[in-house]
Design a protein around this ligand. Structure first.
Ligand code: AMP
Ligand code: MN
Ligand code: MN
Ligand code: MN
Length: 277
């Protein structure tokens, strides 16, 4: 049977819209046969997703998408086939959750001061809903307030650098993220490298550091990406001797451009990480 591996999906245990079981059902309808749940800084949804995959006849891979920092920029490192009971990973998650809560409060303050919005109430509402508060959650509340048309518009207008609710945040380093994933038995994957604002030289330096730390794969094909980006990432994977991963980065069924399972096929000469899962 043809394997459709989607190795990058979010549930409502981080900033996705669907609960793990509903996400699995949606992915199955979209034709996915091998599914990794990769919530931001959490593996909370993996048990429910595993059960739902078993019931629906899909292969399941437990995963997560870690927040890390490199040269002042947020970088995401996915871990696949992770030991969800790993103690060092739990400690990493606890540290990130604390940084996220502090940032959320600061975002609330800044929205009050700089945008004259009820930011403290907004932050309290987010905190009441989730344990991993992300900017996506803040953006949804801004949409609910009627100050932005959609989540992307709210992030762009209020939460990115130079905007009133922007709060710079320092995550653990990429090397630390890779190390904690290795300690948890996972394959570390550098997520969506085309989205970082890095020069070609800086991206090569990041890849060298990622590889030296024990990183094994690049996410070469992601939902909604341009063909030229995929070709560039495929070249980088070959040059650095990295395996290739692929996934939709699905969050929300109302966003039409990256449903589960929809992204370009990996070039045939690359070493697909899915073969090791
Ligand atoms: P956070 O990890 O809390 O900074 O939240 C980042 C989340 O916001 C990402 O996981 C994306 O789902 C979403 N997002 C949407 N647009 C952007 C953007 N331009 N930069 C960063 N995150 C974005
Ligand atoms: Mn996200
Ligand atoms: Mn990401
Ligand atoms: Mn993601």
């Amino acid at each position: 049977m043809n394997v459709v591996a989607d190795l990058h999906l979010h549930s409502d245990c981080s900033d996705g819209r669907l609960a793990p079981a509903a996400l699995v059902a949606h992915a199955a309808r979209c034709g996915v046969t091998l599914l990794a749940l990769t919530d931001h800084d959490s593996v909370t949804g993996c048990a429910a997703a595993a059960d739902a995959c078993a019931a629906a006849g899909l292969r399941f891979v437990p995963g997560c998408e870690l927040s890390a920092s490199w040269r002042g920029q947020a970088i995401h490192v996915i871990g696949l086939a992770v030991d969800t009971a790993s103690a060092p990973l739990a400690a990493y998650f606890a540290d990130i959750a604390q940084r996220r809560r502090l940032r959320l409060h600061e975002i609330g303050e800044r929205l009050e001061r700089r945008a004259r919005l009820p930011g403290r109430d907004l932050a309290a509402r987010v905190l009441a809903q989730v344990t991993v508060p992300t900017r996506t959650h803040v953006a949804r509340e801004l949409v609910a307030l009627g100050v932005a048309a959609d989540v992307q518009g709210a992030i762009d207008a209020y939460l990115l650098r130079g905007r009133p609710g922007h709060v710079p945040v320092e995550w653990p380093t990429v090397t630390e993220a890779v190390a904690v994933l290795r300690a948890a038995g996972a394959w570390p994957v550098l997520a969506h490298p085309h989205r970082y604002r890095l020069s070609a030289g800086a991206l090569r330096a990041l890849l060298a550091e990622f590889t030296a730390a024990g990183g094994v794969a690049l996410e070469v094909s992601v939902g909604g990406m341009a063909r030229a980006d995929l070709d560039r990432l495929a070249t980088l994977a070959r040059r650095h001797g990295l395996a290739a991963s692929c996934g939709s980065d699905f969050h929300d069924p109302s966003i039409p451009w990256n449903p589960p399972g929809r992204f370009a096929k990996l070039p045939a000469d690359l070493d697909p990480l899915s073969a090791r899962l």
